[in-house]
Design a protein around this ligand. Sequence first.
Ligand code: GLU
Length: 483
Amino acid sequence: MSDRIVTRFAPSPTGFLHIGGARTALFNWLYARRTGGTMLLRIEDTDRERSTEPAIEAILDGLRWLGLDWDGDVVFQYARAARHREAAESLLASGRAYRCFATPQELEEMRDTARREGRAPRYDGRWRDRDPAEAPAGVKPVIRLRARQEGETAVEDGVQGRVTWQNKDLDDLVLLRSDGNPTYMLAVVVDDHDMAITDVIRGDDHLTNAARQTQIYDAFGWSAPRFAHIPLIHGPDGAKLSKRHGALGIEAYRDLGYLPAALRNYLVRLGWSHGDQEIFSDEEMVAAFDLGSVGRSAARFDFAKLENLNGHYMRAASDEELVDRIEGLLPVLGPSRGLGTTFPAVVRARLLVAMPGLKERAKTLVDLLDSAYYLWAPGPLALDAKAASLVDDAARDRLAALRPRLDAVAWEPAAIEAAVRGFADEVGAKLGQVAQPLRASLTGRATSPGLFDVMVVLGRDESLARIDAQAGRPVIAASQPVA
Ligand code: GLU
């Protein structure tokens, strides 16, 4: 085995890239990058019925979106079926495998007997030493591993420590099906060997498979890679992760408005820790990651924590990046919000100016988009219930009286603020009694980024038109829909 680390991510394209798979990919990627090694990508598409092209695309897109690049070309497992067959034949030739002619009915009986006796179903080895000349007519054989029956199989796992199995508990597993197709167990071993994988890092649901695979490596006379089985991700209640608790495809996280950097940071902390550090740049993650600090118990998924991290990364992101990312979500989010799939230039310009204030409060890109609603909303602006309750008759009168002052003032935040404050003083109102209805009229919401900044972003004409619409005066400069 060479010194250079070679890891792999080996998803089955029977579904999209889910959050657990994404974390497995991230750990493989980090481990490879950390050691100056490589990470390969193998699509395990041997299950022809359940593997789909859209799932393959979703996995590749998901990895790209998450920023996890792989080395070399993608390996497709099914394309290697001839090699898997040849490998199984070589074990037949060396006596480490045999043809088994047990009929489906016999196998069914074995399972029934085991069930009745309260045992785990096992193949009883009936063709291990039987002469194939005795094969019943018309039964297509499978090829089974001639597994060792005495002693134990041990795996020195990078996360779980040393784990052992009694060989008497492991039956002779099928390597090649009667239709000539390899089983997962055979294909994984042959591929990992041929791809010179040094480290297999995957979910601990594969731990028992590591024992099976170790037996197959042994039969070939190949040395097994190092294994590291990482605990699965559970929901906040400790139960298996459900959809409601985050068991979603990675594209769902994109559409919910999370930044890939935030998700990377969140995922690295799911099951791995480095002192009490929570925020990691990619460089810091790569420098600090090690398998020894991966815990042995299941990690718990916590949306609130992901949101907080996302807020952090959004505040740190440039305004341009945020506008671009929101725009990237418009094909999904735009139509239900009266927007197209791209931002009109005027909205884009307003968004860029408003972004420093907007990103202070938002937790996701979707929040950000919704909080920017007032920037493109067509007139007259629809107020939400809270905002509408702020615009009563007294407020309308104040807005009408304030309007001429705003028409005359220099259009920049300090001057507007001075005018609003001066007006409130003069009419004996608190600042809030003027500012709140003003905010409601301009943004349709009861909360917003700094009011005077909002007014500058909207411009004088648009601001006055929105005030007019609420103050009940004839609308002088009706605002035009911009989206
Ligand atoms: N294809 C398997 C899966 O998606 C992973 C196999 C492996 O990592 O060895 O669960």
